[in-house]
Ligand binder design. Structure first.
Ligand code: NAD
Ligand code: UDP
Ligand code: UDP
Length: 311
């Protein structure tokens, strides 16, 4: 049986990952400082004999014994990561150093949840892994983008210098049940606004694009990456290449909720990427993975979840 550390395990993606690992029969240590995550996301696992929860901030050292590490700790929504930008960079960079130091000491395999944000506002479309990105180093998104880029640097240097067994996935926009209602990301915002009959807040003209992956598809890819041969380190893109404008997303959410909410236009935040779509040929070839859940089907599940938490 594997003893697995999941940092950020009480968050949106982390809690789904813990569910899948427990189902598989693994022994889980879930570490989280509850900055954006919540005990509620994993409370159904508290009595499970193979699940343990620890409140801990990954910017501080952690001495434990495990053989696999999923490093997910980091706020992911622009609203949250910009709330305390210094802490965001510390979490990405100091968190990576501590988790890599741990992996080195106990000889654990370690997977980093990196992000499509390493490509910034891209001038190559769709984005392949070879693209180095177009990132503003001093803007309001930089704490996240550059923090995640530096974490990738650390992963590859620990790999080259200390032979740490690493895996790096670049996650594109992922959504699903357990996103926080006040998370600030577009899918949760639009669904919550539609269900409450509030105005739909469209930033900019709504022509910017994103490609949305349903959480179950994403977790499947993450598990396959962790169990892939050691010579495949990544970085590898993981996401759904179906691309939508934010206006198309709003219209789909309005249709599926039957809401009569009106769309209102707000200023586009600084450095907001105009387009984003993963090139997934590498993950398809190496991990034989392809996303299966359509946007409409995934949104239906997510809407059903928000109906239960908004009552
Ligand atoms: P989330 O905010 O729901 O989860 C992040 C978790 O990390 C939370 O539980 C939070 O409390 C915890 N955390 C934050 N700082 C911490 C610290 N210093 N120490 C310990 N725990 C800390 O976000 P998510 O969507 O589940 O994202 C998980 C990971 O995946 C993040 O690393 C994020 O950058 C990455 N990612 C997510 C997406 C996406 O679309 N969801 C896209 C790209 C990358
Ligand atoms: N570290 C940790 N747990 C461990 C081993 C190391 O948290 O089991 C942290 C420790 O705080 C250290 C960091 O990881 O600062 C990097 O470790 P490394 O061995 O690479 O560096 P060094 O200890 O030589 O600075
Ligand atoms: N967005 C929007 N209204 C909202 C929240 C976000 O129009 O209420 C836009 C945002 O400007 C961006 C896109 O939706 O262009 C995706 O935003 P999100 O914060 O979900 O993710 P990211 O920008 O990090 O991909």
């Amino acid at each position: 049986m594997d003893k697995i550390l999941v940092t950020g395990g009480a968050g949106f993606l982390g809690s789904h990952l813990c569910d899948h690992l427990i189902e598989r029969g693994d022994d889980i240590l879930c570490v989280d400082n509850f900055y954006t995550g919540s005990k509620r996301n994993v409370s159904h696992l508290f009595n499970h004999p193979h699940f343990e929860m620890m409140r801990h901030d990954v910017t501080f050292p952690l001495y434990i014994e495990v053989n696999k590490i999923f490093n997910l700790a980091c706020p992911a929504s622009p609203v949250h990561y910009q709330h305390d930008p210094v802490q965001t960079t510390k979490t990405s960079v100091h968190g990576a150093i501590n988790m890599l130091g741990l992996a080195k000491r106990v000889k654990a395999r370690i997977l980093q949840a990196s992000t499509s944000e390493v490509y910034g506002d891209p001038d190559v479309h769709p984005q392949p892994e070879e693209y180095w990105g177009r990132v503003n180093p001093i803007g309001i998104r930089s704490c996240y983008d550059e923090g995640k880029r530096c974490a990738e640097t650390l992963f590859f240097d620990y790999h080259r210098q200390h032979k740490v067994d690493i895996k790096v996935i670049r996650i594109f926009n992922t959504y699903g049940p357990r996103m926080h209602p006040n998370d600030g990301r577009v899918v949760s915002n639009f669904i919550v606004q539609a269900l409450r009959g509030e105005e739909i807040t469209m930033f900019g003209d709504g022509q910017q694009t994103r490609s949305f992956c349903y959480v179950d598809d994403l977790i499947e890819a993450m598990l396959r990456m962790m169990d892939s041969p050691a010579d495949f380190t990544g970085p590898v893109n993981v996401g759904n290449p179906s691309e939508f404008t934010m206006l198309q997303l709003a219209e789909t959410v309005l249709k599926l909720t039957g809401s009569t909410s009106k769309i209102v236009y707000k200023p586009l935040p600084q450095d907001d990427p105009r387009q984003r779509k993963p090139d997934i040929s590498l993950v398809q070839a190496k991990l034989n993975w392809t996303p299966r859940v359509s946007l409409e089907d995934g949104l239906k599940e997510t809407i059903a979840y928000f109906k239960t938490v908004l009552v």
